[in-house]
Every structure is written in C-alpha cells, then in structure tokens.
Design a protein. Structure first.
Length: 258
C-alpha cells in the first residue's frame, strides 16, 4: 500500500479535482484505492458521490479514535474506490487533537489497520499547513503537488517545500515530493507556457510528464457526484487524468492487483 498526499497550501489550485480523478483513474486501471478526505469542506466526499451531511462516521471519528477506517469508509457509487469522508465536524479536530498523544500520527495509525486492502491511499489535504495536513504528511510516502502555471506559482511553492523538508527531517523519513502536476493548463497562454518551462528547469523530472488541461467537464462533474473520469470519459480532462494515473503507477512500478 502506497500513501500519497495531494497538497498545496493554496486553495482552488486543483487538489480535490486531482485526488478524485486520480482515484477514479487508478481504480479504472484495476488498483484498489482509498480516498481520504482531510478537508472540512468535504468537497472530495461530495465529488465522489457521497453526501457529507449524511455521514454516519467520518475521518473526524477516525482521528479521534472513536472508530476505525473499516467501519467509516464507504464505496464511491461511480468512482470504483472507497472514501473516508469528511464534513465540517472535522474543523473541530484541529483543536481536539492537540492534547492527544501522537497527535500528528493518528491517521497513520488508523491506516495501518487497512494496509492489506488497498494498493493506493490518496489523501486530499486542506489548503493550510495545519495539524490535519500534518497528519496527512506523517502518513504518506510522498506528496503530489497540483499547481497552476501562474506568475506566483513558484514563490508559493517554497513554503510547501520547506514544510515537507521539516516533516521529512523530524517526523517522517519516508516523505518525498513525488511530483508537481500542472493543472488547469492552457497552452494558448504564453505566460503559462513560460512558467511551465521554468518549473521543468527548476524541478526537472519532479515535474510529471502528464499535463491536465483546463476542461469544463472536470468542473461540472462534482455537481453530478462523479469524478470527471467516469462522468465524461471521452473528455480531454478525463483522458488526461487516466494518463496521469498510468504515469503514477508506472513511476512506482505498480501492476494492477490480479
Ligand atoms: P482545491 O481542492 O485545491 O481547492 P479544486 O480541485 O476544488 O481545488 O478546484 C478549484 C476549482 O477549479 C473547482 O471549481 C474545480 O471544479 C475547478 N477545476 C479544477 N481543475 C480544473 C480543470 N482542469 N479544468 C477546469 N476546471 C477545473
Ligand atoms: Mg479542495
């Protein structure tokens, strides 16, 4: 089981879209996938077709030790993967976790119990470098960073890179940046092309080959409770995410289970 955080401390950069569609893409390739929603906004939960207001148990209960992942997860109706959902209740965990023992390793401990059941765990992080994100980073083997090729993109990256370095040094020796994923890309915009070139010059093969284009079907899919990958498989956005799932699996040398 390989565990990845999808993280970027900026909001609206495509973290949730990446998590949901990579989960569906990997599932389509035959991998067993668990999506963990670590954002109190619960967008990955809703976008996977699960009503966040009706969760009987959520990642909040798991972090506080009230239940296990096996009890709290649910299948995504269309996605082909499992979801450990989140809703607003999770915002409280930020404070409630503070006095607890091993407060940044609660998710890691919970994931250990379902180790045999999944090939991939994808964690959708909130747009902050909070105790919730720290739980994600402490659990993970690597971080996938979605980013838009905008003027300040590189600057914003340095906080995240520093946090990952600190977590690597102090809490999780396994953690590394797997790669930067260019999302909402529009090749007609010269500036985006330039920033994309800078990214490659600076980060080399840490930049994924696959580029996710700006595609309206990806933005429409969540309101139908589906990943774009299943909502409109023929769309450019869906095809890019399936290609990205292939690239991820290939980088890790993963073959589908049976
Ligand atoms: P984050 O989780 O980082 O806040 P989201 O994944 O929710 O970001 O994306 C922010 C907004 O951009 C959403 O409305 C989403 O539907 C839209 N979006 C994300 N990726 C794309 C894309 N490739 N093409 C078009 N719209 C996108
Ligand atoms: Mg999000």
């Amino acid at each position: 089981m390989r565990i990845f955080c999808i993280a970027n401390q900026k909001g609206g950069v495509g973290k949730t879209t990446t998590t949901v569609n990579l989960a569906a893409g990997l599932a389509q390739l035959g991998h067993r996938v668990l999506l963990v929603d670590l954002d109190p906004q619960g967008n990955a939960t809703m976008g996977s077709g699960i009503d966040k207001r009706a969760l009987e148990a959520s990642v909040y209960d798991v972090l506080l030790g009230a239940t296990g992942i096996a009890e709290a997860r649910q299948p995504s109706p269309h996605g082909g993967y499992h979801v450990l959902g989140a809703n607003r209740e999770l915002a409280g965990a930020e404070v409630e976790l503070v006095p607890l023992e091993q407060r940044e390793r609660r998710l890691k401990a919970a994931l250990a119990a379902v180790k045999a059941e999944y090939d991939f765990v994808l964690i959708d992080c909130p747009p902050s470098l909070s105790l919730l994100t720290l739980n994600g980073l402490c659990s993970a083997h690597g971080v996938i960073v979605p980013m838009q090729c905008e003027y300040f993109a590189l600057e914003g990256l340095s906080d995240l890179v520093n946090t990952i370095k600190q977590v690597h040094a102090n809490l999780n020796r396994e953690l590394e940046i797997i790669g930067l994923l260019r999302v909402m890309f529009d090749p007609r915009i010269t500036l985006q092309q330039q920033v994309s070139d800078q990214l490659k010059a600076h980060f080399g093969d840490k930049v994924f080959d696959t580029v996710i284009p700006r595609n309206v079907r990806l933005a429409e899919a969540p309101s139908y409770g589906q990943p774009g990958v299943t909502f409109d498989p023929a769309s450019k956005g869906a095809q890019a995410f399936v290609a990205f799932a292939r690239e991820m699996a290939a980088r890790l040398g993963h073959k589908p289970a049976a």
